[in-house]
Design a protein around this ligand. Structure first.
Ligand code: SAH
Length: 236
């Protein structure tokens, strides 16, 4: 009897397995991503399932793409780099702020033990949760709320990732991090350009490391920018 993989060639190309393998090779060889759990997660999660249907053939390109509500799904390299900077494993409890399409949430769920994700736009939060469940991922929950306030009920976290750019480090996120925990986020003096920052929480306070320039959509909320362009909404 002829052995079958159960997958026709057309199904395999629809699954974008080859572009996904190329994307992961580029992350490893061109961008120097080394964490094998991160590379395996990016090989496992079907990125095309997180972008609008008309853009699916571009899902594995080396760029961000628009999703709904004027938001973006981050460039694959940024997703991989931020996940690597978190230094997480299956024991880790992770908070994500700015779930957007849910792609980064799914990647985190493959690497971490438990993921709590927050998204301020209700439709995006619902769609992200639906996609993640449809992929059989059960260790990630998406809630619609202002993530700059964190999610105190599940704190403290081993690691926190913020996928939108704010004017400074939201204080509740530092408070909800374990001693020894990592917070990775873009910080910028303007709404549209930032530096990628890792904050390490120690017994003595926080240490800040800069990891290069980046461009994210604005972080909007109590400890972020106001919904109207031009000014931070913080009441400090
Ligand atoms: N990692 C996401 C990127 C989404 S873009 C992905 O892979 O698709 C950033 C998201 O942050 C947007 O969806 C935006 O609505 C959301 N966001 C901005 N400010 C927020 C806040 N204070 N709390 C929660 N989500 C926020």
């Amino acid at each position: 009897m002829v052995q079958s993989t159960g997958q026709q060639p057309s199904e395999r190309s629809q699954d974008y397995a080859i572009p996904r393998e190329r994307m992961v090779a580029r992350l490893r060889e061109h961008y120097g991503i080394r964490d094998s759990a991160v590379l395996e997660a990016m090989l496992a999660v079907p990125r095309h399932a997180f972008v609008p249907e008309a853009l699916q053939s571009r899902a594995y390109g080396d760029h961000a793409l628009p999703i709904s509500a004027n938001q973006t799904i981050s460039q694959p390299y940024i997703v991989a780099r931020m996940t690597e900077l978190l230094r997480i494993d299956k024991e880790s409890r992770v908070l994500e702020v700015g779930a957007g399409s849910g792609y980064q949430t799914a990647v985190l769920a493959k690497v971490a033990g438990q993921v709590y994700a927050m998204e301020r736009i209700g439709d995006l939060a619902r769609e992200a949760q639906t996609r993640i469940r449809a992929l059989g991922i059960y260790n990630a929950t998406v809630k619609c709320f202002d993530g700059t306030l964190g999610w105190a009920a599940n704190a403290p976290y081993d690691a926190i990732l913020v996928a939108a750019g704010g004017p400074n480090i939201p204080e509740p996120l530092v408070a909800q991090l374990k001693i020894g925990g990592r917070l990775v986020l873009p910080i910028g003096a303007t709404r549209d350009s930032q530096t990628l920052v890792r904050v390490n929480k120690t017994e003595k306070g926080i240490e800040r490391e800069d990891h290069g320039a980046c461009a994210f959509v604005p972080l909007i909320g109590h400890h972020g920018w106001s919904a109207q362009p031009g000014k931070p909404s913080e009441k400090e």
